[in-house]
Design a protein around this ligand. Sequence first.
Ligand code: ZN
Length: 251
Amino acid sequence: MAKERKYAIISDIHANIEALDAVIADATAQGVDEFLCLGDVVGYNASPCECIARIRELNCRVIHGNHDHYCSDPTVDLNDFNDEAAAVIDWTRRQLSQDELEWLRSLPMRLKVFGFGLVHGSLDSPADFRYTFNAEDARDSFNIQDTPICFHGHTHVPKIFAMVHDQVIALPPPNEKVMLDHTMKYFINVGSVGQPRDRINQACYLIYTVKGIVGGTIEYRRVDYDIESTAARIEAAGLPTELGDRLFVGK
Ligand code: ZN
């Protein structure tokens, strides 16, 4: 009989160290065996170096997100972004050491871990960072998903996409732990640690518990953190204060 294994799956940390530390503490208290990170460690908030250090300390698998790409690849043209986004990317690039930049650049676009998949946005062309907002978007990933379950992030909105026969359905995140149906295929958005956008201002992540490689349970976790401190850091760094304001309303 295979041993049960508990994964904390975290995504879209976005340089929010207060939220990341709160999530690590919560997951540790839940007894997780392993952390997995779906990308966007940096961008938007004001603690990129601290978040990179913390994630590296966890010694976990990490996927490459679009903001990890914008902030670590100097050939990405800032003129392609709105003023707010360009300001943060430019500021973040100036904070990061050569070693941190290289680490961000080295992250893989997708991974398979013991029978389930990890990607930032979508499985079809992961380097294009397409958003999966609805069932139709999810179908593009399902078409090439070769594992029963794949976890993703990118939209900052927790959601479960499931394929039953040829139907794709979108389900809201359950409030309780739920058992996955091993006859269905799942593409699951774990939500965002550092900048939730589903009108809930708590940090969000997911615990996946599985024995062997099929089925298992998922549980979405919401964790309070010190939003005031995160917003104060944004202001002190001279970044647009709207970035702090949106954290209070979760959008
Ligand atoms: Zn993101």
